[in-house]
Write a protein that binds this ligand. Structure first.
Ligand code: ADP
Length: 414
């Protein structure tokens, strides 16, 4: 046997057996702790990686929720600003507009896209611009009221508030439209002045004639009667004014309408009967054109009664003797139309828009009528408007006038 054959024959099995024994030894007799540590190392590594991923995911979700909340809050704020009736605008310390709501754009007629422009480019009011400038410079809040002349006259209250808490301060400009309030205040003041004026004339007359009667003991019976008659007429006038004022105040303060179902044709006849004597005194002819006379409406009976009284009273008053007065009604679903027409003195074109104003009377000298208070048509207009209706007038000087009232009414078929 050759030497290499001997080596193969004896040593190879020995080498194989020893390798096998080594593996068995490593597996079964390796320190279990070492083996545990070795295995944990891999497991911990995985767990560690998983933890990091999990934490990142958690932080990401929290950030996402928070950013959604911030988004929602800022959307809410934006909505509040957008739907505010007051104009709101924010300018940075250099005067650049960074926020502006639609109310502001509408109030000051801004051109489109004002964000990014300077406030002085869009606010065409020198006083307001200088107030904003001074607020930015002095960091002082300010407020006041200004009047815009163009494009329409507007009373505007402004408030300038310095917003701190940013790297550079900003200015919040808040504007509110006071035009309507100021107008109402003027109307109220005019009204008080008018009422005082209207009451003063009859009161002065009454006072003067009462003093004369007291002082002049030797007055003839004829003169005494004449003075008493003047006093009586002025007392009646005072009472008419006060009564009309009460009706007007009731209508204007929104005295709740009392809706009932009634027949308007019957109401017209009822009012005409009230005025029968006055109509006969002036020898007027009354004509009726009452379409659908049996048809009822659902409305406020007292209000419609007042409308008919005032229009008929005027027609009788402002129509010279032997005139013709026509009362008509018709239905144009869903409305009820009432027309009072006369062949009277008519109303000059220039006065036609103004006769619905309180205390407005067309030149009194043309009729010699002194009994009017100038409140009748104003009462009619107020009642009609409180029912969301309308009143129109057609009149020709010397030929006559025709007033048509349109009232919404719910109909009951009969
Ligand atoms: P007044 O109590 O003076 O009649 P109104 O408010 O009823 O007050 O009417 C206002 C003014 O309108 C009257 O002063 C009168 O000059 C004019 N006017 C109203 N109705 C008529 C009419 N039918 N014809 C002519 N003028 C009228």
């Amino acid at each position: 046997m050759l030497w290499w054959q001997m080596a193969l024959h004896y040593f190879l099995p020995i080498v194989c057996v020893s390798v096998l024994l080594h593996i068995i030894f490593l597996y079964y007799f390796w320190d279990p702790y070492e083996r545990y540590l070795y295995q944990r190392l891999h497991l911990d590594q995985d767990a560690f990686n998983l933890d990091i991923i999990h934490n990142i995911e958690k932080t990401w979700n929290t950030l996402k929720t928070q950013s959604q909340l911030i988004e929602q809050e800022s959307q809410k704020l934006q909505n509040i600003i957008n739907y505010m009736s007051e104009g709101v605008m924010i300018s940075d310390h250099e005067g650049v507009i960074i926020q502006c709501n639609p109310a502001m754009e509408a109030l000051l007629n801004f051109p489109p896209r004002v964000i990014g422009k300077h406030y002085w480019e869009v606010i065409i009011h020198q006083e307001l611009c200088s107030k904003i400038k001074s607020s930015i410079e002095t960091l002082q809040n300010a407020n006041g009221e200004i009047v815009f002349i163009s494009p329409t006259e507007k009373n505007v209250k402004y408030e300038l508030i310095v917003l701190r808490g940013h790297t550079e301060p900003q200015i919040l400009i808040k504007l509110s439209d006071w035009t309507q309030i100021r107008k109402l205040e003027r109307v109220r003041a005019d009204f008080v002045a008018n009422v005082s004026h209207e009451l003063r004339s009859p009161l002065t007359a009454i006072l003067g004639f009462v003093e004369t009667l007291q002082e002049e003991k030797s007055l003839s019976q004829e003169k005494t009667d004449k003075f008493l008659s003047i006093i009586y007429n002025n007392v009646i006038r005072l009472s008419d004014i006060v009564e009309d004022l009460l009706i007007l105040s009731k209508v204007e303060t929104g005295d709740q309408a009392k809706y009932t179902v009634f027949n308007p044709s019957e109401l017209i006849n009822e009012v005409v009967e009230l005025y029968r004597q006055k109509i006969q005194e002036k020898d007027h002819t009354i004509q009726f054109t009452l379409l659908d006379p049996k048809r009822d409406i659902l409305s406020d009976r007292d209000h419609l009664r007042q409308i008919i009284i005032n229009l008929l009273d005027n027609a009788i008053k402002y129509t010279p003797k032997h005139g013709l007065i026509i009362l008509s009604q018709r239905f144009e679903d869903p409305c009820y139309l009432l027309t009072v027409e006369d062949t009277g003195i008519g109303i000059p074109y220039n006065d036609q828009n103004r006769i619905f104003e309180r205390f407005y009377r067309v030149d009194k000298s043309r009729t010699g009528e002194t009994s009017g208070t100038g409140l009748g048509l104003s009462i009619v207009k107020n009642i009609v408007e409180s029912h969301h209706g309308s009143i129109s007038l057609k009149s020709e000087l010397g030929k006559g006038s025709s007033f048509t009232v349109v009232l919404p009414a719910e109909f009951q078929a009969t």
